[in-house]
Design a protein around this ligand. Structure first.
Ligand SMILES: [Zn+2]
Length: 277
C-alpha cells in the first residue's frame, strides 16, 4: 500500500498568459511577459509517498528565502515581471514533513520534475536523500546558461550532486522511454518535455489506477485535456506532444492527474477523482 500526501509549500502568482499560452513560439513567451493580468494565488504542491521501499518526495516546493530582497536576480525579466512568491518558513517542506510525523532525514529518494525554484527551493531539507533529476534538465539548469533560462543554480545547496536519469528502461504506455525507480516497478519516471526540455513526470502504479504526478506539464487538468500549452515552454511542438501523450495515458488507465499548481489537485487525490473523457 502506497500512501501519498499533498504538501502545500506556500503560493505563487503568475501571469494569466503563462498559465495558458497566447500565440505561438517566441511571441507566446513575449505575450507572457507583457501580460498585465495575474492569476489568483496558486498553490505550490510537493508530494511525499510512503512506499514500502522507503519515503519518496516528489518536488520540494519553494523556500521562504524567496522573500529576501536579492534572492532573485533583478536583471532577469521573468523574475522582474513574471512571478510573485509567498512562502512562510513553517510552510517549507521540512517542517511540514515533521508535522506529518515523518523525518526529512528518512527520505530515501527525492525526485525533481524539473529544477525551477518552486520545485527545487526546498532541497536544503534533504542532504541525506538520493536526488534524481533528468540529465537534460540538469544540463540546461546549471551555470550561467541556466540562470539565463530562469533557473537559480547559485541557490542550490553546495552538496547538490543529483543522480542523472537517462530513461533507459524502454517505453511505458504512450511514453517512448522510462526509468523504473522501485524494485516493485510501481514508481516510474517518464520524460514529459514541454514546460522545460528536461521535465519529467512520475507515475505511481496502484492496483486499479495510476497517480500521475505531473509537475508543470500543465497548470491544471482542464488545460491538459484541451492540449493547451503554457506561456513559457521553449517548444510549442514538444509541449503539445507531451499533453497528447498524457491524455492518451489517462484514456487507457484510470488516472489521478496531479499538476504542481492546480488548486484542485489535493481534492482529486483525496477523493480519487480520475481524469474523465
Ligand atoms: Zn516550472
Amino acid at each position: 500500500m502506497i500512501r501519498i500526501h499533498a504538501i502545500q509549500t506556500g503560493g505563487v502568482w503568475i501571469r494569466s498568459r503563462q498559465r495558458e499560452g497566447f500565440g505561438r513560439g517566441t511571441m507566446r513567451r513575449v505575450h507572457t511577459l507583457l501580460d498585465r493580468q495575474w492569476t489568483e494565488r496558486l498553490p505550490i504542491w510537493a508530494w511525499v509517498m510512503e512506499h514500502p521501499e522507503g519515503l519518496i518526495v516528489i518536488d520540494t516546493g519553494d523556500t521562504a528565502k524567496t522573500a529576501e530582497p536579492d534572492y532573485f536576480p533583478r536583471w532577469h525579466p521573468y523574475f522582474r515581471l513574471g512571478v510573485r512568491m509567498d512562502v512562510k518558513p513553517e510552510e517549507e517542506i521540512g517542517p511540514q514533513l515533521k508535522g506529518l510525523g515523518l523525518s526529512p532525514d528518512d527520505v530515501r529518494w527525492v525526485i525533481l520534475t524539473h529544477l525551477h525554484t518552486d520545485h527545487a527551493g526546498g532541497l536544503h531539507h534533504f542532504p541525506k536523500a538520493e536526488i534524481l533529476v533528468s540529465r537534460s534538465e540538469y544540463q540546461s539548469a546549471r551555470g550561467t546558461g541556466g540562470l539565463l533560462r530562469g533557473y537559480l543554480p547559485h541557490r542550490w545547496p553546495d552538496w547538490f550532486a543529483p543522480r542523472l536519469v537517462d530513461f533507459s528502461d524502454g517505453s511505458f504506455g504512450p511514453f517512448s522511454k522510462s526509468h523504473v525507480l522501485t524494485r516493485a516497478q510501481d514508481v516510474i519516471l517518464v520524460p514529459t518535455p514541454g514546460h522545460t526540455y528536461g521535465h519529467l513526470s512520475v507515475i505511481v502504479r496502484q492496483d486499479d489506477h495510476d497517480v500521475f504526478i505531473a509537475g508543470d506539464t500543465s497548470y491544471n487538468e482542464a488545460l491538459m485535456k484541451e492540449g493547451k500549452i503554457d506561456g513559457v515552454a521553449p517548444s510549442d511542438e514538444l509541449a503539445a506532444d507531451t499533453l497528447r501523450r498524457i491524455a492518451q495515458h489517462c484514456r487507457t488507465r484510470p488516472t489521478i492527474y496531479l499538476p504542481s499548481h492546480d488548486p484542485d489537485a489535493q481534492n482529486r487525490l483525496a477523493t480519487r477523482r480520475y481524469v474523465q473523457d
